[in-house]
Design a protein around this ligand. Structure first.
Ligand SMILES: Nc1nc2c(c(=O)[nH]1)N[C@H]1C(S)=C(S)[C@@H](COP(=O)(O)O)O[C@H]1N2
Ligand SMILES: [Mo]
Length: 319
């Protein structure tokens, strides 16, 4: 079978998540062009991040459950073909620009409907948990997919420690907002900071993890260092990166993409080949490194485990 490198896929075959005719972005771009792109352009060119796996190895990582045995996407692709709009909207931008992010020291605020709200240093936050390797498929709404050996621990185990109150029905996650560390936040492509959310039972599902690494090493900045969500049965944009706040709430959170374009990005965003995005069919996907497209699986192939969460729900309405 012919093998084509992901970098050889012509960009015409892959459409971006961003909205081309977005008014604020258009204005921003026009202003940027007029100003010679001095601010954003200069900052964005300055930093770079190494691609070779030189980051520290994580100790004591054990094989976790639920993994797929499908071929794993090479480290190079996972770390150079990214969506992380805080560092630019091209797939190569995050690996070039995310060197400005300082993932250490890192604090995560836990608040809202919990008995034990606190600000946790990252080390203290993750210390109680045994790190596992979880090999998951990641399916982006744009039509590409990867297989990533994450290192992390179940999100539910963490949430239990905060003791959610009986009012807690959803979890809201927020990415860092810092124009110096995340120069792409000068662009109006999204309203910052990036926010995502899950219903509490989704968040408690054993498949949902918080990742601190991949391929046995600390997470590269472009993949969401030092802490990101991974929800493998949902489109990639639910898997929010570089989390600074976890808030338990009563009402469904207003998430970044849903707020930007509610007809395109629903709150649930379960991978579903039967429900197309207004601009892209979701029936097939291109696995990075492969030439032929493959059929997209409902719930990204995790239906046996998660379909029960949505019993009785109309997944066309709750897309
Ligand atoms: N904060 C933040 N998280 C984010 C994004 C982003 O732009 N900002 N992009 C999302 C999208 S659209 C996808 S497909 C995945 C991509 O993860 P990866 O770059 O590690 O493959 O991250 C998600 N998490
Ligand atoms: Mo995505």
């Amino acid at each position: 079978m012919p093998i084509r490198k992901s970098s050889d896929i012509p960009s015409s075959e892959i459409t971006d998540e961003k909205l081309y005719l977005h008014r604020r972005e258009f204005i921003q771009t026009a202003l940027g062009a007029a100003a010679g792109l001095l601010v954003g352009g200069a900052t964005i060119q300055a930093a770079s991040t190494p691609v070779a796996p030189t980051l520290p190895k994580l100790d004591g990582v054990r094989k976790g459950a639920f993994g797929t045995s499908e071929q794993q996407t090479p480290y190079e692709d996972i770390t150079t073909y990214n969506n992380f709009y805080e560092f630019g909207t091209d797939k190569s931008d995050p690996s070039h620009n995310a060197g400005t992010l300082r993932p250490k020291p890192w604090t995560v605020k836990v608040d809202g409907e919990v008995n034990k709200p606190a600000d946790y240093g990252l080390e203290d936050l993750i210390k109680p948990f045994a790190l596992e390797e979880r090999v998951y498929r990641l399916r982006c709404v744009e039509g590409w997919s990867m297989v990533i050996p994450w290192v992390g621990f179940p999100l539910g185990d963490l949430l239990k420690r905060f003791e959610p109150t009986s009012k807690a029905k959803f979890v809201e996650f927020t990415t860092l907002f810092d124009l110096a560390q995340m120069p792409g936040q000068r662009s109006g492509v999204l309203r910052w900071p990036y926010v995502e959310g899950l219903r509490l039972d989704e968040a408690m599902h054993p498949l949902a993890i918080l990742a601190v690494g991949l391929y046995g090493r600390v997470l590269p900045n472009q993949d969401g260092a030092p802490l990101r969500l991974v929800v493998p049965w949902k489109y990639g944009f639910k898997s929010i990166k570089s989390i600074v706040r976890i808030r338990l709430v009563e009402k469904e959170p207003l998430t970044a993409w849903n707020r930007e374009s509610p007809s395109e990005y629903g709150f649930y965003s379960n991978v579903n080949p039967e429900v197309d995005h207004p601009r892209w069919s979701q029936a097939t996907e291109r696995r990075l490194g492969e030439f032929f497209k493959r059929k997209t699986l409902k719930f990204n192939g995790y239906g046996d485990q998660v379909a029960g969460l949505y019993a009785g729900m109309d997944l066309r309405k709750n897309f």
